[in-house]
Design a protein around this ligand. Sequence first.
Ligand code: OOG
Ligand code: MG
Length: 264
Amino acid sequence: MSKLTEEQLAECARLSVAAERAVKSMPQLVEKYPELTREEGYVIQGIREKMVVAEGHKVIGYKMGATSMEKRRQMGSTMPSFGRLFEYMMLEGNKPLSMRELIHPKVEPEITFVLKEDLSGPNMNSAKVMHATDYVIASLEIIDSRYHGFKFTGPDAVADNISGARFKLGSVKISPLDLDLELLGVRMSINGEDVAFGTGAAVLGHPARAVAALVNMLHMTGEKLRAGQLVMTGAITASQPLKAGDKVVAEFASLGPVTLNVVD
Ligand code: OOG
Ligand code: MG
């Protein structure tokens, strides 16, 4: 049940998009609407999606959030959430990350699934996800909360497309059926210094579960995943802040490295 009016929900969506475009942080929505619910957060995120699509952008998949213990601790969150991936978020080839385009970005390593079949709920499970997946690929997500100080409640984060900003994919594509994703390790370093370690099992016990959870959540609003879409399964480790000049390397077992250069 939404207590905010249509106009108030749309205004929240507009604020988040405007903050992203202006590269300027904003107050949390809960300061104005202390009773804001997670459900309203998703309604705002859906309106936000339509606004971004109206700008000429395209949804190319989804991102899960708070799927690992380290991320839940960092976000103060108790349950997973999802956001949308748009085409402009993808850093292709050697394109560096430009600090000027973002407010206060952080980086985190993730395993990304690319589907070869549509998937719909309500009874999705990881076995079905594995068989419907074309390949998994190493990735780095760059998150950039639009809220002051990267501080938010769950509903705020959901309304703000759970901080989605940029992402970069690796180059090795492997079927999840040919990997032990639970034990697939990752080491992330910044400027040659190791900053985080983890394995796929950090993500809900197995990253395919994050895709299944997404499909079941999407079912509640009549949505589904489509062949060709990407699903980022959520950070395996806590995120790390970035600054100009940084060189990030996430080295994944079997899936190889993803590197990111950060410029002014
Ligand atoms: C929210 C984004 C969460 C993840 O992988 O857990 C997320 C945030 O931490 O600002 O992308
Ligand atoms: Mg993430």
